[in-house]
Design a protein around this ligand. Structure first.
Ligand SMILES: [Zn+2]
Length: 564
């Protein structure tokens, strides 16, 4: 009955995402991503591999997950891994970027694969023009938005999110132990922030949230352009460039391609595409796609925008380039400095005297928006994924963050366990100065009427600073008030705490028969005994740190603003 999940990629890296959820012998797989080309991994260009052997090579190198009964039988022949579909596994794809579908061609074709209708069409368009996936042709099925799929004990729903590719989606997987929400890749600054917000609403209160964190490794103040600003920058550059404009856009970002086509038209320019990109865009059904014709560009440089093929720089030499032309980078290839061709492109453009301008924007939510999304979802457990800096995704109050390890199982029902802070009352939260005269001096102290002293507590003022501190701590911690104040003062104490707005989870009072240090140490030890993690003790008793040191618990010592 227990549902559990594990991660076969995206752990400490951007991309390569693969999540597996298991219950009662049934499995849901989420994404089947590859490493981002040029970023990680040993199986990448310019090396060449025998076609059909790449999966075996990846498995040998630990660059594809060794999961039983997922891959095509022939692809894992000769390895220790059993291939073929087990009839109890289904794969759900968030979107058609390679770091989410790169290994999809190796999946046994008998296994059901689902994705958005646009995702299915993108994969089919790429296959139809010979730009398909390694391994073999997958046959994903379109899954309607919000349409529940029953798969064994699971119910799976797909909900759209905003990302820089059509059909991008997140998933909700209903298990026996609650919902596992998986963000896929998403953002709030694109054309459809309302989709990401709606996904967050649908995922609200999930037992587990698997959340992308691509931008966490950037500056936390990292901001981005909106897509409207990208469009505006494109238009401005087209209008102010006297010669030919070179473009590096990403063809799979169909909405941006469509928008750029319209803007270019308004500016009296035609966008020309390299043959393979033109073939893909036409196959997807984009109208107005014109293939590159260098002679025509040479006759009228100001009439064209030329999309550049990321690895065919010599074609640039056929174009009328120079200081009057410009290169606009809008998230196309080379994708970034992590790709070897990035630096090479800069060198080519420098030699050809073409100015280079970045006008694109991230497909991924900013760190600020990532936190906003997690707060909206407020999951019980948060698993940051698809990031090199998972520790920078701070969980909101009440959410436990787990930094997952590759391949390790985690129970979906894993509950957040709050840490405990123990806080004293007298001279820590309560100003006892008005009843100090009740404590007898010197050797007479033992004869003090401690019950009367305790019962005088109702008139205490509050020590504002520590009360405020406890209110702040209570957002994330269990507050246990531990005071040797007499038990007979309990209702007076409760009334005082309510009146002064001091939050707490438990109130432990004494009977005055044991020494103060022993009393505190006894109760802290008892809390630990029953399984609580006591993280801190706040108390005015100067000798307490030494008493609690053997328990390994730090004490924050309070000096009240009066002599004791
Ligand atoms: Zn993506």
């Amino acid at each position: 009955m227990t549902a559990r999940l594990r991660f076969h990629g995206g752990v400490g890296v951007i991309g390569s995402t693969k999540v597996e959820i298991e219950q009662d012998g049934w499995r849901v797989l989420l994404d089947m991503g590859d490493d981002i080309p040029g970023r990680e991994g040993l199986v990448r260009g310019p090396l060449r591999f025998t076609p059909g052997s790449e999966l075996r090579t990846r498995l040998r190198l630990g660059e594809a997950p060794a999961i039983e009964r997922v891959y095509r039988g022939e692809a894992v022949e000769g390895t220790a891994l059993a291939g073929g579909d087990d009839g109890r596994t289904a794969l759900f794809i968030t979107h058609a970027h390679l770091d989410h579908i790169g290994l999809l061609g190796w999946v046994d074709p008998a296994m059901p694969v689902y994705g958005a209708e646009e995702t299915v069409r993108l994969i089919e368009a790429l296959e139809s023009v010979g730009q398909g996936l390694q391994g073999g042709r997958p046959e994903p099925r379109p899954l309607g938005e919000g349409e529940p799929v029953e798969h064994g004990p699971f119910v799976v729903e797909r909900w759209r999110v905003d990302h820089d590719i059509p059909g991008a989606s997140g998933y909700l997987v209903h298990t026996a132990d609650g919902v596992v929400a998986y963000s896929g890749d998403l953002r709030m600054h694109g054309r459809h922030p309302e989709l990401t917000e709606r996904f967050a609403e649908k995922a609200h209160g999930a037992a587990a949230l698997v959340m992308e964190g691509t931008t966490l490794s950037s500056d936390p103040r990292f901001t981005v352009r909106s897509e409207a600003e990208v469009d505006a920058a494109f238009e401005t550059e087209l209008r102010r460039t006297p010669g030919v404009v070179l473009l590096a856009a990403y063809p799979r970002d169909i909405e941006r391609v469509t928008s750029f086509l319209a803007i270019a038209g308004r500016c009296g320019r035609t966008i020309m595409w390299p043959p393979e990109m033109a073939a893909f865009l036409r196959a997807y059904g984009v109208d107005g796609i014109v293939e590159l014709d260098a002679a025509e560009v040479a006759r009228n440089p100001a009439g064209f925008v030329v999309q550049v093929a990321g690895n065919r720089f010599e074609t640039l030499l056929d174009l009328p380039l120079g200081p009057g032309s410009s290169f606009l980078h809008a998230n196309g290839e080379p994708l970034g400095p992590f790709q070897a061709t990035w630096e090479l492109l800069q060198q080519w453009l420098a030699r050809l005297q073409v100015p280079f301008t970045i006008i694109g924007t991230s497909g991924h939510a900013t760190p600020h928006d990532l936190h906003r999304i997690v707060e909206l979802i407020a999951p019980k457990v948060l698993y940051p994924l698809h990031t090199v800096e998972p520790t920078r995704l701070e969980p909101p109050p009440g959410t436990l963050r787990v930094l997952a390890e590759y391949g390790r199982w985690y129970e979906v029902a894993r509950r957040s366990r709050r840490l405990t802070v123990c806080v004293d009352l007298d001279s820590t939260l309560c100003d006892t100065s008005h009843r100090h005269h009740m404590v007898l001096d010197g050797e007479e102290r033992v004869n003090t009427d401690w019950v009367a002293y305790s019962l005088a507590c109702a008139d205490d003022a509050r020590i504002e600073g520590t009360c405020r501190l406890v209110r702040m701590l209570a957002e994330h911690h269990r507050i246990v008030l531990v005071s040797s104040r007499d038990e007979q003062a309990r209702s007076l104490t409760e009334a005082w705490l309510a009146e002064h707005d001091v939050p707490y989870d438990e109130l432990i009072l004494g009977d005055g028969t044991v020494g103060l240090e022993e009393f505190k140490a006894h109760h802290v030890a008892a809390l630990i005994e029953r399984g609580e993690t006591v993280e801190l003790v706040i108390d005015d008793l100067a000798t307490l740190p030494a008493t609690l040191a053997p328990l390994g618990i730090p004490v924050l010592t309070v000096r009240p603003p009066y002599g004791e």
